[in-house]
Design a protein around this ligand. Structure first.
Ligand code: SF4
Length: 346
C-alpha cells in the first residue's frame, strides 16, 4: 500500500487514542517542552457584500441587500485602537468579494492603518487575491506585491475549505479553485511572505479527499516552507444558505482530523486548536491530539458567530484553560515568536 493509502487507513481505522498518541509524539518532537501559545488579535470583516455565493456561508449579503455593509477607514481604525487596548498584536482583515470597492481603496486602507494605527496586518485570503486579480485585470503576483508594498504583512489561509476541485465545484464554485488557491499561496511564499493554511471539512467530501487536501498542502510546504500554521474546523451548518441540512460533525471526528493533520503535515511548524468552533473542552483535548497553539483570543469573529457558534474567552481564562490541560501558556506574535514569557510553569 502507498504511504497515502497507509495514512488513510490509519485515519479511518486506528483507535482514537492511538491516533492521538501518534500526533502527540509529532507535536512533542516539534515543540519540546510544555509550552502552548496563543495570540490576541481582532478579526475585522471590512465588508459582508459578496458575489461568491458559497453554500456554507451565513455571513455574506448579496449586493444591494439592506444588511450589506462596508466599514469606513475610521471605523476600522477605531476597531484597531480598541483591540490594541486589549493587548492585540495583529488584525485579521478579510471580507466578501465586493465588486464595488476599487483596488486603490485596499491600498489606501493598508497605508492608513500603517500610518495611523500601526499593527501587524494579516489579511486578504487567496480567494480575495484571486477575486482582485480578476476584477482589476491584474496578475495575482502584482496584487500581492502592491498590497505588500502598501503595508500587508502576511496572508491568512481563509477560503481553503477542501482543496479538491470536485468538492469546491459543489460548495464554492465561484471562488478560487484548488490549484489557484495553492498557486497564490506559493506566489506569496516566493515573495517572502508567510501565510497560514486551513481546512474546513464536513462539506460532503470523502476522507480520501481530506487526505488529498493535506497532501497537497504538504507538497507546497516542501517547496516553500512558507506556511506557519495549519488550522482545521468543521462546517457550522446552522443558518447557512444551502447546507443547513448537513449533519454537524462531532468532537471525535474533529480530534481524529486534527491528529491526522499533525501526522501528515509534519513539515508545517504549528497546529492551532479551534476552540471557537469546538468549545473549550474539545479545544483543550486537541492539545493532546497534535495542537501546540490555542489560536486566538478573538475580539470579533463575524463569520462563525453568524452561524451561531460563539465561544468567547478572556486572556486569564485562556491561560487557565491551557494550564488545566497540562501546558504552560505563552502569548505570541503572528510569527510565533514569544511576546510574554509564561507567568508560571504548568
Ligand atoms: S465564505 Fe467568503 S467568499 Fe464565500 S460567500 Fe462567504 S464571504 Fe463570500
Amino acid at each position: 500500500m502507498s504511504e497515502t493509502g497507509n495514512l488513510l487507513d490509519f485515519y479511518t481505522n486506528a483507535p482514537l487514542l492511538e491516533l492521538g498518541a501518534e500526533a502527540d509524539r509529532v507535536r512533542e518532537a516539534k515543540h519540546p517542552g510544555n509550552r502552548v501559545t496563543y495570540i490576541i488579535d481582532r478579526n475585522i470583516n471590512y465588508t459582508n457584500v459578496c458575489v461568491a455565493d458559497c453554500g456554507f456561508c451565513a455571513f455574506y449579503r448579496r449586493p444591494k441587500h439592506g444588511e450589506g455593509y462596508t466599514l469606513s477607514f475610521e471605523q476600522i481604525g477605531a476597531k484597531i485602537d480598541e483591540a490594541k487596548t486589549l493587548g492585540a498584536v495583529q488584525i485579521l482583515i478579510q471580507g466578501g468579494h465586493n465588486p464595488y470597492i476599487p483596488f486603490e481603496w485596499y491600498l489606501d486602507l493598508m497605508r492608513y492603518i500603517k500610518r495611523n494605527h500601526p499593527i501587524h496586518i494579516h489579511g486578504f485570503s487567496p480567494s480575495e487575491v484571486d477575486f482582485f486579480a480578476k476584477l482589476f485585470r491584474m496578475e495575482a503576483i502584482e496584487v500581492i506585491r502592491e498590497l505588500r508594498k502598501a503595508g500587508l504583512d502576511s496572508i491568512p489561509g481563509g477560503g481553503g475549505e477542501i482543496l479538491v476541485q470536485r468538492v469546491r465545484d459543489i460548495v464554492a464554485k465561484k471562488k478560487a479553485g484548488a490549484d489557484r488557491w495553492l498557486e497564490i499561496m506559493e506566489l506569496a511564499h516566493n515573495e517572502g511572505m508567510k501565510t497560514s493554511v486551513t481546512m474546513m471539512y464536513g462539506l460532503g467530501e470523502t476522507l480520501a479527499e481530506r487526505m488529498e487536501h493535506l497532501q497537497r498542502v504538504r507538497e507546497v510546504q516542501a517547496r516553500t516552507g512558507g506556511f506557519t500554521a495549519f488550522i482545521c474546523w468543521p462546517l457550522q451548518p446552522e443558518n447557512t444558505p444551502e447546507m443547513s441540512h448537513m449533519p454537524k460533525t462531532g468532537s471525535v471526528e474533529y480530534l481524529r482530523t486534527v491528529a491526522i493533520s499533525r501526522i501528515v503535515l509534519d513539515n508545517v511548524p504549528n497546529l492551532q486548536s479551534s476552540w471557537v468552533t469546538m468549545g473549550m473542552k474539545i479545544g483543550q483535548l486537541a492539545l493532546r491530539f497534535g495542537c501546540n497553539d490555542f489560536g486566538s483570543l478573538m475580539i470579533e469573529e463575524n463569520v462563525v458567530s453568524a452561524a451561531n457558534t460563539t465561544h468567547r474567552t478572556s486572556t486569564q481564562e485562556m491561560e487557565r484553560l491551557i494550564r488545566d490541560a497540562g501546558f504552560t501558556p505563552a502569548r505570541r506574535r503572528q510569527d510565533y515568536s514569544i511576546l510574554e514569557a509564561p507567568a508560571h510553569a504548568a
